[in-house]
Write a protein that binds this ligand. Sequence first.
Ligand SMILES: [Fe+2]
Ligand SMILES: [Fe+2]
Length: 228
Amino acid sequence: MRQIPLIDMTVHHAPRDFSDSLALGITKVLRFAADLFFAKRYGHRAIVLETVAAVPGMVGATLTHLKCLRRIQDDKGWIRTLMEEAENERMHLMTFIEVAKPTVFERFMIVSVQWVFYLFFFGLYLLSPKTAHRVVGYFEEEAIISYTLYLKEIDEGRSPNVPAPAIARHYWGLAENASLRDVVLVVRADEAHHRDVNHGFAGEIAGAAAATNITPYPWHADKLEANA
Ligand SMILES: [Fe+2]
Ligand SMILES: [Fe+2]
């Protein structure tokens, strides 16, 4: 089994200006809403929230791409990084759909939330890419907390530690006998990487040097399906 990178779960970007505080405020409101709706149904929570988490990377990639075309300038590797983030979040979704099945109401929520969140995030990224990346950084801090709580549910026997879905074993190169616990650990490590990348991008837009303390990404298969 491939090594799951160690992550620092205590990383928190203390807000430094209005844009940071706004990003944190947006995150806390959405966290409250998610806690209210899902409570401890972590499998369902993961499915619905991963459909949201896969949006910002693609929006950021699109708008960075357009900006680079307009200004005829280099993207410093941001576009591929952000597109890969979107793909990685979609793989989280494809993994958790094997573990829990959304209810009809959750399917309805996924569709309606996508409309609202896509338009909101697109507008935010147009107005302030720094705030938009900071929002993602804070979302990822919350995702790490949620997946840590999911691990606790598994460890204390309230969520069954089922075998890892085949798609997850392939994508993260997990052992044949890997379990849901291993999947949650490696997904949480992905989120730690996204957290550091997005806080780093927000910092760079504000004029800081490129971040160097980024949690290493877990290994991922190039081809997303085992039989591709
Ligand atoms: Fe995710
Ligand atoms: Fe993420």
